[in-house]
Design a protein around this ligand. Structure first.
Ligand SMILES: Cc1ncc(COP(=O)(O)O)c(C=O)c1O
Length: 403
């Protein structure tokens, strides 16, 4: 049957192939066979949303005032909670009306920002590897993605000097994300200063994704773009409630920063959605007001998992530097294996799911991402299964150093 009449639009056809297809197929098969899968492939925090947030949501649910369409621009009270949190965390003053916008999760906002600002053919600078929406959003919008290949020898930082002058001149947007998914790399404050200067010089709209704002360890405090003088002239920063507060299923995040950039996104979104259920905004407000003791608990949880897994992988031949933030380990594949082959091999041999690095763009080839989203007994089980299956790292032949 000829299906041309229901062919998707070019913007959908142009999307890079879905890299998880084979992995998903094998996961499904393993589940059907009753195998005990350990899925460390997603960025989905395990465990429950903290009780005070749930209680705030239940209370807000009981209030009929929350049952109608929410305000397009988010509730005034949630926007104020965002600016209060921002000031408390970064000593940055923001106007709740014009410099904040609640989102249906940061993924939604990141993708729609591309639609709001990219014309077909516009050049968009995107690191590789990066969180897929950073490049898929611009592709959907018809942009020309110029990949900034990140390298381990540069600590997975963007090398701004490697961007050709002509490309910098044409670029409309630069997306970036530190602490990073998937590499877990962090960027020093000087890097933020350099990228702001670069964006100002070339008049590029700067989009920072601070998804892992609070998942940092050993005293490290991630930098906010807006802490950098002048950043608000050219940039915005995306935040999520999903990771710090175990609220991934609630779908709520926000963007802050340059009022003109936010206005464009708001205009687009008022034509596409009605914003977030007001009861969820009330709950998110409570989340932003949780005491620091809650944050310490979350940080300890991920830090101890990090230490446990790094130690265990070390005994299997990997030498993974201690990550300062995020919920991920970025692990080189052994003996010249591609990231897809390694992830499939690990799944077939052990029932452990890891994410092939090429899912995050060509710059992720030669690595897999392991999410720290299981309790110690399960992580121990992962290490036992690796040991039993002979899964280890062979440094001499590693592809990692040449990537
Ligand atoms: C860097 C980064 N940005 C954004 C998101 C999406 O977050 P949200 O749940 O707010 O859509 C993720 C999720 O994994 C992420 O890793």
């Amino acid at each position: 049957m000829n299906l041309d009449w229901i062919a998707p639009a070019e913007r959908v056809k142009k999307l890079p192939a879905y890299p998880f297809a084979r992995l998903d197929e094998l996961k499904q098969k393993a589940r059907e066979q009753g195998l005990d899968l350990i899925d460390l492939g997603m960025g989905n925090p395990d465990g429950a949303t903290p009780q005070p947030i749930i209680e705030a949501a239940v209370k807000a649910l009981q209030n009929p005032a929350n049952h109608g369409y929410p305000p397009f621009e988010g509730t005034a009270s949630f926007r104020r909670a965002i600016t209060n949190w921002y000031y408390r965390r970064y000593q940055v003053v923001l106007d709740p009306d014009s410099e904040t916008l609640p989102l249906l999760g940061s993924k939604e906002g990141l993708a729609h920002l591309a639609l709001a600002y990219i014309n077909p053919g516009d050049v968009v600078l995107v690191p590789s590897p990066s969180y897929p929406v950073h490049f898929r959003g611009p592709v959907i919008a018809g942009g020309n993605v110029y990949s900034l290949i990140l390298k381990p020898e540069n600590n997975w930082l963007i090398d701004l000097n490697s961007i050709p002058e002509a490309i910098a001149q044409q670029a409309k947007i630069l997306y970036f994300n530190y602490p990073s998914n998937p590499t877990a790399a962090t960027a020093p404050r000087e890097f933020f200063e350099e990228i702001v200067a670069f964006a100002k010089k070339y008049e590029i709209l700067l989009v920072h994704d601070l998804c892992y704002a609070e998942l940092a360890f050993d005293g490290y405090q991630p930098t906010s773009l807006l802490e950098i003088p002048g950043a608000k002239d050219i940039g915005v920063e995306f935040h999520t409630m999903s990771k710090t507060y175990n609220m991934a299923g609630w779908r709520i995040g926000f963007v802050v920063g340059n009022r003109h950039i936010i206005q464009g996104l708001r205009t687009l979104k008022t034509n596409l959605d009605y914003g977030i259920f007001a009861a969820l905004q009330a709950a998110a407000e409570t989340a932003l007001q949780l005491p620091d003791s809650y944050l310490q608990e979350v940080q300890t949880r991920y830090r101890t998992r990090r230490d446990f897994l790094i130690q265990g992988l070390m005994q299997l031949g990997w030498n993974i530097p201690k990550t300062k933030a995020t919920m991920y380990l970025w692990v080189p594949c052994p003996a010249g294996m591609s990231s897809t082959d390694f992830a499939l091999w690990v799944l077939q041999q052990t029932g452990v799911v890891v994410t092939p690095g090429n899912a995050f763009g060509v710059g992720g080839e030669g690595y897999v991402r392991i999410s720290l989203i299981a309790q110690h007994d399960r992580l121990d089980e992962v290490l036992q299964r690796f040991k039993k299956a002979g899964i280890c790292y062979q440094a001499e032949f590693a592809v990692s150093s040449s990537q």
